[in-house]
Ligand binder design. Structure first.
Ligand SMILES: Cc1cc2nc3c(=O)[nH]c(=O)nc-3n(C[C@H](O)[C@H](O)[C@H](O)COP(=O)(O)OP(=O)(O)OC[C@H]3O[C@@H](n4cnc5c(N)ncnc54)[C@H](O)[C@@H]3O)c2cc1C
Ligand code: SF4
Length: 343
């Protein structure tokens, strides 16, 4: 059985105090919300913080408020289960509720928060292993070693961005508020990530994510499709978020397609989405867009199933997502095997 190493837990009362504590203890400290990603990583010694700054008691970060016209604000400590069940999100941005509902399994969605979901570590078959397993291969560049076993000549780590909700927030043009000792700042969710499996997040280590801001819905329709081996528990090995706004005449005015689990950050297929703008979607156009959207997906063999299969499925899933948005009146079918998961 893997055990947690000893650590000190300090419960912060305010986001300012959390930032102050993180700055005070520096690289020895990490924030923790639900702990569903952090604690398993600590058990495997992927993370070795001496101090955990607990965020669960912070006031005012647990609500989901707003309207279609004003936009929606989600507190970072809202659990995935609360987001999945939110009537407001289900009516205005059902794709957000769906993506949250596709994370892992009910117990983890009850504990796991949306703030933690946007900050989870990148994943790799050579890294998400016990300490002894990693030691046997002399570790790897992401932690304790010098070589990347996926791409041995590479100077960077290719561990995979694995948040189910990040691609949806990016496709919808959402922003996050970050709070630290130097105050608050607000950035687009797309700017939270970088293409580097080790330094994958742009948030400073003494900043905490406090809120997510969804813009006014502006009749945008969105969806999220997830590929994984099993219908529950598994992380995505491919995710496709798509959002489109069409005119009353059915012409696409805006389109966004974001792939996840194919790189160390979510990947925006901008060229492909651009093909849709100004046109009425037809089956032929959707196939053309899907063929272009899968090009920026560069999965490597470091998650479940082969990279060739995941790349091929990117094209299939983009086409499926666009067909769903172009055929359903509210842009979202109920979650089922065809759109929810599995191979
Ligand atoms: C078996 C298993 C299956 C899983 N499947 C999925 C899946 O399918 N899809 C998926 O997306 N995730 C999955 N997860 C990961 C995780 O459960 C969820 O992503 C969850 O939402 C993480 O939230 P948390 O509050 O538990 O984060 P924590 O574990 O508390 O933290 C995760 C990371 O974020 C940081 N952090 C937490 N909150 C904040 C904050 N407010 N501001 C700044 N940094 C913060 C922590 O320091 C840590 O680095 C899975 C985990 C397990 C163990
Ligand atoms: S991609 Fe390479 S460096 Fe990164 S975790 Fe995997 S093996 Fe390690």
């Amino acid at each position: 059985m893997m055990r947690l190493p000893p650590f000190r837990y300090i419960a912060a009362a305010t986001s300012q105090e959390a930032g102050r504590l993180l700055a005070q203890y520096g690289p020895e400290a990490m924030p923790v919300s639900g702990g569903t990603d952090l604690y398993p990583n600590m058990k495997r010694r992927q993370f070795e913080p001496k101090v955990l700054v607990g965020l669960r008691g912070l006031e005012g970060l647990k609500s989901i408020v707003g309207s279609p016209d004003a936009g929606i604000e989600i507190g970072a400590l809202s659990t995935l289960a609360e987001i999945q069940g939110s009537e407001l999100l289900k009516s205005v941005y059902p794709a957000v509720a769906r993506a949250a509902g596709l994370v892992s399994s009910p117990p983890l969605r009850t504990m796991g928060t949306i703030g933690g979901n946007l900050c989870i570590d990148t994943r790799c078959n050579y890294y998400n292993q016990s300490y002894e397993w990693r030691e046997a291969i002399h570790f790897c560049m992401k932690k304790d070693g010098g070589t990347c076993w996926v791409a041995p000549g590479s100077k960077r780590c290719w561990a995979v961005s694995s948040s189910d909700t990040a691609p949806v927030f990016i496709a919808l043009g959402a922003e996050v508020s970050l709070s630290g000792p130097e105050g608050e700042r607000r950035i687009p969710v797309r700017d939270l990530y970088r293409h580097d499996g080790i330094h994958f997040i742009t948030k400073r280590s003494d900043e905490i994510l406090t809120k997510i801001h969804l813009p006014p819905s502006d009749t945008v329709k969105a969806t999220y499709l997830k590929l994984r081996r099993r219908g529950s528990i598994d992380f995505p090995i491919l995710g496709v978020a798509a959002a489109i706004k069409t005119s009353s005449g059915g012409i696409v005015e805006r389109a966004d397609i974001v792939l996840t689990a194919v790189e160390s950050a979510p990947v925006e297929a901008k060229d492909a989405a651009e093909l849709l703008v100004g046109k009425r979607p037809t089956p032929g156009l959707i196939q053309e867009v899907a063929a272009r959207a899968y090009r920026p997906a560069k999965p490597l063999d470091n998650t479940d199933l082969t990279h060739a299969y995941r790349k091929k499925m990117a094209r299939t899933f983009v086409a499926r997502a666009l067909r769903e948005l172009c055929s359903e009146p509210n842009g979202l079918q109920p979650v089922g095997p065809a759109n929810g998961a599995t191979i």
